[in-house]
Design a protein around this ligand. Structure first.
Ligand code: URP
Ligand code: ZN
Ligand code: ZN
Length: 468
């Protein structure tokens, strides 16, 4: 039994046209005009709706052990929150524990993720590069179908790698055809700034952004991209927040590097006045890199980067913590768990502040939120409405409106950094693998229905790197 979606306006990264779409057995089987339902098919009249490919979130952290606690959404809850917001596939970060093999990390992550209701894969976060790591990287790519890695240049003493480890990861990833994703901030300099602030009694959440100024993101972005250039590695800079980082990416792209940049709605739409909130309210906005000051060009750089194709994707960095969890940083902002929810809000925020605000068209929105993440990370069956692709589809009502609130969101987060935002557009239905999992009002997800998607490496170094 399939689903026939009639009369909707199909949007891909390159076109929009009115068509009927039929799905069956988890796959898009027909695309055309005046399609007839087959026996047992459910027929949906999507007139007036946009028919979008399910959104792919390239950056989330479900039940991540981090800063003495664990992020508040497990794979089931976080994936369901995504479904309500039009996301049908996400890429989590599978993190290597200290002294742990990468293969053990994968097994541990599989044990947590199999309850997801939507499809997913992982970037493999390397935190402890050792003599056995190159062989484990090979196994992860070639046996487990995980073709992207992650390094953190921040979080000194926890997740951070040094430049030697960065060098090695870039080198081995290039040989394997894998992408290296990078959290780019200079963690050593941040550590010194944090100590100076605390020593001066400056302990509140408003000092979190002061401890991580934008030049430190620009420097680390440049360094990561140069290291990638050395080896011919495909690099992807996650959650870019500032003009210095955008300029570093531009230089790398102009020099011919294969590299990619991601930003997130919170960096496009919020500024550092959020830290003025009383009663430790600023802690909800503590994330890294931090939300930047307005009126100094960061927001413009990011929006322009999205409009003119310098930046490639919009992810969310969904990593929620409850207010109670955030309270562990009272009296010391460096102990506030870093992160916030966002997986449910991305599509509506992009539609409202990107498309409706005239910054880009709806095809570019689809590219940023679905097609490009799928293409960059080798999710071959995701990211478009076409025969043979997975039946991951969003029916989007452009006339709908909504006010974002943690109370109506589906995350376990008890605060939304977008609380009170009025958004245009409503996800009227989310279909994942041919099944309706959000009907516009309620979730109809099935625990464990999501699949781990294996990928093939495609980013082999196209030159031998820059030899000394
Ligand atoms: O503050 C953040 N971004 N938390 C999640 C971990 C990371 O750095 O992506
Ligand atoms: Zn990060
Ligand atoms: Zn992250």
């Amino acid at each position: 039994m399939g689903i026939l979606i009639k009369n909707g306006e199909v949007v891909t990264a390159s076109e929009r046209f009115v068509a009927d779409v039929r799905v069956d057995g988890g796959t898009i089987t027909d695309l055309g005009s005046r399609l007839d339902a087959r026996a047992g098919d459910e027929t949906i009249d999507a007139a007036g709706h946009l028919v979008l490919p399910g959104f792919v979130d390239p950056h989330v952290h479900m039940e991540l052990p981090f800063m003495g606690t664990v992020s508040a959404d497990d794979f089931e809850v976080g994936g369901a929150a995504g479904a309500a917001g039009g996301t049908t596939c996400f890429i989590d970060f599978c993190m290597q524990g200290k002294g742990e093999s990468l293969v053990t990390a994968v097994a541990n992550w599989h044990a947590k993720s199999r309850k997801s209701a939507v499809d997913y894969t992982y970037h493999l976060g390397i935190t402890d590069f050792g003599p056995d790591t190159p062989a484990q990287m090979r196994e992860v790519v070639q046996t487990h179908g995980i073709t992207s890695f992650k390094v953190f240049l921040a979080y000194k003493g926890a997740l951070m790698v040094d430049d030697g480890q960065l060098y090695e990861v870039m080198k081995h990833a290039a040989a394997l055809g894998a992408v290296v994703t990078v959290h780019a901030e200079n963690g050593d300099a941040v550590w010194h700034l944090q100590r100076e602030l605390l020593a001066n009694g400056l302990t509140g959440p408003e000092y979190h952004p002061v401890s991580r100024p934008s030049p430190l993101e620009g420097e680390a972005t440049e360094r990561a991209l140069m290291m990638a250039r050395l080896h011919g590695t495909a690099a992807y800079i996650v959650h870019m927040t500032c003009k210095e980082a955008v300029h570093a990416l531009e230089r790398a792209k102009l020099s011919g590097q294969r590299c990619y940049g991601e930003t997130c709605p919170q960096y496009l739409l919020l500024d550092d006045t959020v830290f003025d909130k009383p009663d430790f309210g600023g802690s909800a906005y503590v994330m890294s890199p931090p939300i930047r000051p307005g009126h100094v060009g960061h927001h413009e750089s990011l929006w322009n980067g999205l409009s003119n194709r310098l930046l490639d994707t919009v992810g969310t960095d969904h990593c929620p913590f409850t207010h109670e969890q955030k309270l562990s940083g009272q009296g010391d902002f460096t102990r506030i768990p870093n992160g916030a929810a966002g997986i449910e809000e991305r599509l509506a925020l992009l539609y409202t502040h990107g498309v409706r605000a005239g910054r880009f068209d709806v095809s570019r929105m689809v590219e940023l939120g679905s097609t490009a993440p799928a293409r960059i990370f080798g999710l071959e069956k995701k990211g478009s409405i076409a025969v043979g692709k997975d039946a991951d589809i969003v029916l989007f009502d452009p006339a709908g409106t909504r006010t974002i609130s943690a109370k109506t969101n589906h995350s376990h987060a008890d605060r939304s950094v977008f609380e009170g935002f009025e958004v245009n557009g409503r996800v009227a239905r989310t279909i994942a693998n041919g099944r309706t999992i959000w009907d516009g009002n309620a979730l109809t997800t099935t625990r464990g229905a999501g699949r781990f998607v294996t990928r093939k490496p495609t980013h082999f170094a196209h030159h031998a790197g820059v030899k000394p």
